[in-house]
Design a protein around this ligand. Sequence first.
Ligand code: ADP
Length: 499
Amino acid sequence: MATATQAVRLEDNVTRFVSQTRKMLINGKWVEAASGKTFPTYNPATGEILAQVAEGDREDINRAVAAARAAFESGPWSKMTPSERGRLIWKLADLIEKHTEEFAQIESLDNGKPLTIARIADVPGTVDMFRYMAGWATKIEGNTIPISAFGAKYLAYTLREPVGVVGQIIPWNFPLMMASWKLGPALAAGCCVVLKPAEQTPLSALRLGELIQEAGIPDGVVNVVPGYGETAGAALAAHPDVDKVAFTGSTEVGKLIVQAAAGNLKKVSLELGGKSPDIVFQDADLPATVPGVSSAIFFNHGQCCCAGSRLYVEEKAFDKVVEGVSAEASKIHLGPGLDPATEMGPLVSEEQLKRVTGYLEAGFKEGAKATVGGSRHGDKGYFVKPTVLVNTNQKMKVVQEEIFGPVVTAIPFRDVDDLIAKANNTVYGLAAGVWTKDITKAHQVASKLRAGTVWINTYNIFDPALPFGGYKQSGWGREMGHEVLELYTEVKSVCLPIS
Ligand code: ADP
């Protein structure tokens, strides 16, 4: 196993985890791929292989779906009370919490993110999500409904039942937390799952699989099949015995998921890309706004679907804000995730490095200028310098397309209607930020933004109780909050005459 620095002593379980070929979890057993194939996962700080992982494909997905179906139809899961389900989900949360350091290290090694961030954001966020969803297991209710058909008397009520076998395909930017966003509500609702982690970051979901067993969640309820998107992911999305597919990833792949799901018209929920506007009025509290705007884009190296990647600043404050954000960017310490001094790690993969530097080149060709950053950092690992681009306009590729890296474009505005038009001039609608001391203006602007989340005088605030999802091509449905339970339940109307 290769790591750039060993500033932190690796937990024994982490060393164990990366020193053996990782198998997949199907029906409570850790098994090799049917093909016997494995694939490497890399340490993005060095570009070296971190571990080998069983490479799931169609046949493995078939096995996993069959296991999930059996667990759903006739296994102990289907007979379990909501209270028992909730208790097991809570137990899983406790186990994850107990292994916080281990998960943080796995996440940092596999994804590149700073260990310090994984410890305070990714792992506690995951624990919170499972605890919140554990509480929901006993609170999923139907209604009794007064109906008037034919003037007779009826007892009519609705039941909320689990949607069934769910395929869940997750991305690499918050590997563990995305697994919890998907598994938490599915388990609370009583569904059984086949989870496919991203090929770039399969390790934390596999370790989570071990804890799912330790928590006592019955065999087959959660199956974890690592593999590539075009093979394992596509097979899961198209599988005729999967009742629902939940996907988080790019808008491009989201459209493929929708097509694949059409075969059996499985339910689909999607959390996709973004190009979120972050709007600063001249009356904003700049000492708080500048670091806020900076973290809105640079948190997680810009690898957030809701990253505040389009900065719009009222003309009179433009220079000051751009200067401030550029100064913040230049202070960010880049390094391997395991180094305690690191504030920003490498991008997740060579592909992402090429993608982000490709966008920078395209921006420069169209006339954009970098006030800070603008290139790769070093020649080892996949680091990109935090970058602020000015001289940009609405038509440029860097303003229109999702870069998914530490790159923000800055554009001045004068008129609020023009600003709103520009902010909404995108195929996406995931999130937005508004920074001002004028509360009326903040709410007026928030109401006009076509986005699933609007943060005012803050950014990137997530909570398991707060729904998150996108307008337009940023997705279908809302994750978290009680809204997410609608994605994992079917409504059954039951009606009988009582007179
Ligand atoms: P990114 O472009 O950020 O890597 P993707 O949308 O490609 O994000 O990947 C998100 C998830 O979707 C990953 O788990 C990946 O394996 C999976 N995936 C990629 N292509 C497909 C596909 N054609 N069908 C199903 N899943 C896919």
